[in-house]
Ligand binder design. Structure first.
Ligand SMILES: NC(=O)c1ccc[n+]([C@@H]2O[C@H](COP(=O)([O-])OP(=O)(O)OC[C@H]3O[C@@H](n4cnc5c(N)ncnc54)[C@H](OP(=O)(O)O)[C@@H]3O)[C@@H](O)[C@H]2O)c1
Length: 342
């Protein structure tokens, strides 16, 4: 067994696949691996924008760059941004010792929930580049290790919508572990992950407590209010900790739980000042600085639990797709943003 895919590392030897410069995506398939006939790569936004800019926004140039990276590295690991994305495709073969043997069959459509920065990949042909959804449609083969999370693509939701939700499915699943009836919860950053956390709060609080959305974007706040996902909306700039504190005090004081889903750096202190002593701050945002959060909490004498948002939580994909199905407003929000014809 090789649960972390060490056998796929070409160079440098002895590192994990994510750290490797080059992976080997070729067959034969390991007994604990799954091979996937790739349909499309959903390239990480930062990576796609970098490749797009480098190619002068020319789709053929973007295709060439993607092919070049994958041929050189055996994975779509952007050497400039360090990021990857995820992919969708059909299962080609399931090794008999893979944990999903029995659950997955050849032909099943799945999305990989593990980064393309560690997914062995070969591309045979790029069929289309769709910059509006940061997607590269292609033929090729990818390998999933025994530890790589995946999700069956739901037949009742458009791919782009399902992928958008699955991309941040750790956020509502982690929040579900922390939410208790009667809590007051603040979600800073009311975008994709924030909306899902708010929907989870609706279910976990079941009419008790309070769920408040905070964002610098009035459009985002209007969208979650229209979707019926929050009790109140606060227009704040999370990089302005003092201004955010004033808004929070005006809204009934600090919260039991703060979930940071903002996309920019420098929002740690706004989150820490917004939580009660004894409360919890969950930093789902990738822009979070451990130093700023830990030293910042110490600096203001805040006795709060500070959690890093691990993107993997068992059952996170089903939980998230369930929220989208059950909350008509949330589904409409995702449809408008991710499934509308562009
Ligand atoms: N932990 C994990 O495993 C994991 C997995 C996936 C993603 N993430 C991270 O989760 C974060 C959120 O992703 P997402 O897809 O939900 O993003 P999103 O849909 O773009 O939503 C982010 C929201 O935050 C708002 N925002 C940005 N700066 C702000 C500020 N200074 N004050 C208040 N609000 C602000 C944005 O407003 P504007 O539109 O005005 O910018 C937007 O409404 C990202 O950092 C992403 O990398 C983490």
């Amino acid at each position: 067994m090789d649960p972390y895919g060490l056998r796929r590392v070409v160079s440098p030897k002895g590192v994990l696949p994510q750290r490797a410069d080059v992976l080997d995506p070729s067959l034969p398939l390991g007994e604990d691996e799954v091979s996937i006939a790739v349909e499309a790569l959903n390239v990480d936004a930062a990576s796609f924008r970098q490749i797009e800019a480098a190619a002068g926004r020319d789709p053929a140039g973007i295709a060439d760059d993607v092919l070049r990276i994958v041929q050189a590295r055996g994975k779509l690991h952007n050497p400039v941004t360090g990021s990857g994305g995820m992919l969708i495709g059909r299962v080609e073969a399931v090794g008999p010792r893979h944990p999903a043997a029995g659950a997955l069959s050849p032909g099943d459509r799945i999305a990989t929930l593990v980064s393309l920065t560690l997914t062995p990949l070969r591309i045979d042909r790029i069929r289309a580049v769709r910059p509006e959804v940061e997607r590269v449609e292609c033929d090729g083969r990818a390998i999933l290790f025994a530890t790589g999370p995946w999700a069956r693509l739901p037949p009742d939701l458009p791919d782009t919508l399902a992928l958008a939700a699955l991309d941040v499915c750790g956020a509502p699943a982690l929040a579900a572990r922390l939410l208790r009836r009667g809590m007051r919860v603040l979600v800073l950053g009311a975008g994709k992950s924030g909306a899902l956390v708010l929907a989870q709060a609706r279910e976990s609080l079941a009419g008790t407590g309070e769920a408040v959305a905070a964002d610098r974007s009035q459009e985002a706040l209007d969208a979650v209010e229209r979707a019926g996902l929050c009790d109140r909306a606060l227009r704040v700039d999370g990089t302005d900790a003092v201004g955010t504190l004033a808004a929070v005090e005006g809204a009934g004081g600090p919260f039991d739980l703060v979930v940071n889903c903002a996309t920019v750096a420098g929002t740690e202190m706004a989150s820490i000042l917004s939580v009660k002593d004894g409360g919890t701050v969950l930093f789902f945002s990738m822009a979070t600085s451990f130093t700023a959060a830990a030293l910042g909490a110490e600096g203001v004498g805040k006795d709060a639990a500070i959690l890093v948002g691990n993107g993997y939580v068992p059952g996170h994909a089903d939980l998230t797709l369930g929220l989208v199905r059950r909350h008509a407003g949330l589904r409409a929000l995702f449809e408008a943003r991710y499934a509308a014809p562009r």
